[in-house]
Design a protein around this ligand. Structure first.
Ligand code: T1G
Length: 706
């Protein structure tokens, strides 16, 4: 027993409780505490059986992820949990694991080393290690197939999705669902099994026999398709396969080898960085945890276009009644039809019940007037991206809305302070910049205006969590974090085709790098006209004599906006499948000739480096100027808003992995070649590269400085 693990008695049943908040991770002292409590109970003649459970909100949510960094850096020795788990399994008295909240990773592995498992109805079990770039490392790949069967064990370990209590019971991972008081139910169950020889999971081999090789081949195919570029899913499949071919101990040894290969990889460092980065974004240094958060009971959305419809769904999905307003019936009908279609697709995929769909639609009220807006706690504006229109709308809603109502603009580029200037409540005005499709993409840039109050920010962060979004604070600079960085990335992609790379080369190089799609394909999806309109809106900001991309404007003048017109950088068939467009290729050559741009063969490495380092360089500016609080926030924006590969950790983490010295050297080469105006290295990048620093080191220093 120690301060993390305690033992109590319910007559002849010993109850071992883990208290290591916030999620009872298996940090230093926890396995030792469990071990000594079980040993004490096993030796106690008055005890007939043992229950192990988590204190607080959950069972064990896994190993302590923070410890892995210390092992990889050599600060701490790698410690195996296997002997500790064998001791539980070899206990002469039945050990019943009582699960509530989550039994994830090492938590499920501890549970499976027990003789029986009971579970609360809402609890989840799972082996999510692959999401951290590792695999189960405490015999999970050996014990799980013995309980759940090989096919399900492969799926759970290779893809890491959680499973509910009902399915876990049906598969044999748990033995009973306990309604009501879990402790009482677990103690009663323990009393039922006391006195019977406890079954050891490692000896249960019946389910290993249905190990058809096809299971592993299919899983590998799926992993290569849906987890493209990631090593851990393939390692997890191999480890479970080992369980079907080797005795338990040898299987565990093979698992340990594969685990170490993953642990000491850049991919796992990147994914663990992403895990903690996502949890850090909600911490705003000058907005204390106890900042008052207003309750959002009713919402209103202006504009039922693609973004407005998606935003409306976010409120309904969070259980918040929402009015959606349009100026014309036809537009309103189109918006509502879009919402219904989206929900119907989700129902068809089995991700939402019909009742759930109906419930959400009941929360949505379509309107052509501002009726009801006076009761809203928040009004989200999603009208056409033009300053004049936004200011007109904000002046109107400022007059109607309650004084405490937050006014949030979905602008993706425009100045939030200028929008707020037409209201009498600039402290309640900020940006809520969603990403398309707004009901799907998890990222929400929360744009802080000069006057935005801490309460409005805290309320927005809480709302993001309630909508299952990741709210990232952004300063009010043009394009905020994501779109501002996207500019140079797309610029370089376009310059590269002018200089000789094909559209397919550029898309292919970034796709192989791990992006969900190449930059030109992404522009075709978003619509080339969006950027065209923005370029015209900000033409006055362009520096005379500085090179700008030339082809996209020409394509737009020809009415070629990308997927939505069937032609853009590429040609698209009715299924939106892309193919080479010889006319675009000819146009590119012609434009280059007219502009006197020399063309040459360009290697994939240059394509990747120019695009990604352009992103990083602008990211360093965004960070240096304080538009982003942390480099890790920038990574979260790109992982969740622009489909940057999570196993690369995000652009800033990737730059640290490459080495800022190398990044700076490349940028200085291009600056000499393409000119300072295009490639002047960001001051922060220069400072860090020269001092041997990193972006993550910069984050730590900024955090300490507060
Ligand atoms: N280790 C360390 N810290 C953790 C942690 C963990 N496993 N899980 C959560 N935290 C911290 C988190 O950083 C945050 O801190 C706080 O807890 C609340 O988390 C041997 C090798 C359990 C579903 O992958 O999925 O076991 O920001 O905000 O939304 O084979 O946390 O407050 O300072 O996410 O309610 C496998 C990871 C590990 C599960 C709760 N386990 N955790 O979600 O809270 S590897 C996992 C989660 C392993 C074995 C292997 C979620 C959660 P802070 P939160 P939440």
């Amino acid at each position: 027993m120690n301060e993390l693990v305690s033992i109590s008695h319910h007559a002849d049943i010993a109850v071992v409780t883990i208290s290591n908040p916030p999620v009872n991770a298996l940090g230093p002292g926890v396995p030792e505490g469990i071990q000594s409590c079980i040993a004490t109970a096993a030796a106690d003649p008055g005890v007939s059986a043992i229950v192990v459970m988590g204190g607080g909100r959950t069972f064990i949510a896994g190993a302590d992820i923070r410890e892995f960094g210390k092992v990889v850096s050599g600060e701490k020795p790698r410690r195996s949990l296997l002997p500790f788990l064998l001791e539980i399994e070899d206990c002469a008295k039945p050990v019943v694991m009582a699960i509530h909240g989550t039994a994830f990773g090492g938590g499920l592995e501890v549970a499976m080393a027990g003789h029986y498992r009971v579970i609360a109805p809402a609890a989840l079990v799972g082996q999510p290690e692959v999401k951290l770039g590792i695999i189960p490392g405490a015999a999970g790949t050996q014990r799980l197939p013995r309980l759940a069967g090989v096919a399900k064990a492969v799926e759970m370990c290779a893809f890491g999705e959680p499973m509910g209590a009902q399915e876990a019971l049906a598969l044999g991972i748990v033995d009973r669902i306990i309604e009501g008081d879990l402790t009482a139910g677990a103690v009663a169950f323990a009393r039922e099994v006391a006195g019977h020889p406890p079954p050891k999971t490692r000896e249960r081999t019946a389910k290993l026999r249905d190990a058809d090789a096809e299971i592993f081949d299919r899983a590998r195919q799926q992993a290569r398709k849906t987890r493209r570029g990631q090593n851990a899913p393939l390692a997890a499949i191999e480890a479970v396969e080992a369980a079907t071919k080797l005795p338990f101990e040898a299987g565990c040894a093979r698992e340990a080898e594969l685990f170490d290969e993953c642990l000491y990889s850049t991919q796992s460092r990147a994914l663990m960085h992403a895990f903690f980065a996502e949890r850090a974004v909600s911490k705003i240094p000058d907005v204390p945890k106890d900042t008052p958060v207003s309750e959002i009971r009713r919402a209103a959305v202006i504009g039922a276009g693609t973004m407005g419809a998606g935003i409306t769904m976010n409120y309904a999905n969070a259980g918040i009644p929402v009015i959606v307003k349009e100026t014309e019936q036809e537009a309103l009908d189109r918006g509502m039809a879009n919402i219904r279609r989206n929900y119907a697709n989700t129902v068809k995929k089995g991700k939402l019940s019909q009742a759930g769909m109906d419930q959400r639609l009941d929360l949505i009220t379509p309107r052509l007037t501002y009726d009801g807006f006076e009761n809203a706690d928040i009004i989200a504006e999603a009208v056409f991206e033009g300053m004049a229109l936004k200011k007109q709308v904000f002046a109107e809603i400022d007059r109607i809305a309650r004084p405490e109502c937050i006014l949030a603009s979905n602008t993706s580029y425009l100045d939030v302070d200028e929008i707020a200037s037409v209201t009498n409540r600039p402290e309640m005005v900020l940006g809520h910049h969603y990403f398309s499709p707004a009901n799907v993409m998890r990222l929400l840039e929360i744009v802080r205006g000069r006057a935005t109050s801490k309460a409005a920010l805290a309320t927005s962060m809480a709302l993001a969590k309630r909508m299952n979004k990741i709210g990232v604070l952004a300063g009010n600079a043009r394009g905020f974090i994501g779109n501002r960085m996207l500019g140079p990335y797309l610029r370089e992609a376009q310059f590269l085709v002018e200089e000789g790379a094909s559209v397919e080369d550029v898309n292919g190089a970034l796709y192989d790098f791990g992006m969900a799609m190449g930059p030109l394909a992404m522009s075709d999806l978003a619509g080339l006209d969006v950027g065209w309109r923005a370029r015209r809106e900000f033409k006055h900001l362009e520096k005379p004599g500085v090179r700008v991309p030339l082809v996209a404007d020409r394509l737009c003048e020809m009415g070629r906006y990308g997927q939505k017109t069937g032609r853009g950088w590429s040609r698209y068939d009715e299924n939106r499948q892309a193919s080479h467009d010889p006319e675009t290729a000819a146009l590119i050559e012609q434009v280059a000739r007219e502009a006197g741009i020399g063309r040459r063969a360009i290697l994939h490495q240059e394509i990747v480096e120019r695009c990604i380092f352009a992103l990083v360089n602008e990211g360093a500016r965004v960070l240096g100027e304080g538009v982003a609080l942390r480099a890790s926030d920038i990574d979260v924006v790109y992982l969740n808003g622009y489909a940057f590969p999570a196993w690369r950790g995000g652009p800033m983490f990737y730059a640290d992995a490459v080495g800022l010295g190398t990044v700076l050297a490349r940028i200085q080469e291009w600056s000499a070649c393409h000119g300072e105006d295009l490639w002047s290295p960001a001051p922060l990048l220069v400072e860090l590269a020269r001092s041997g620093g990193t972006f993550s080191g910069f984050d730590k220093r900024r955090e300490v400085a507060g």
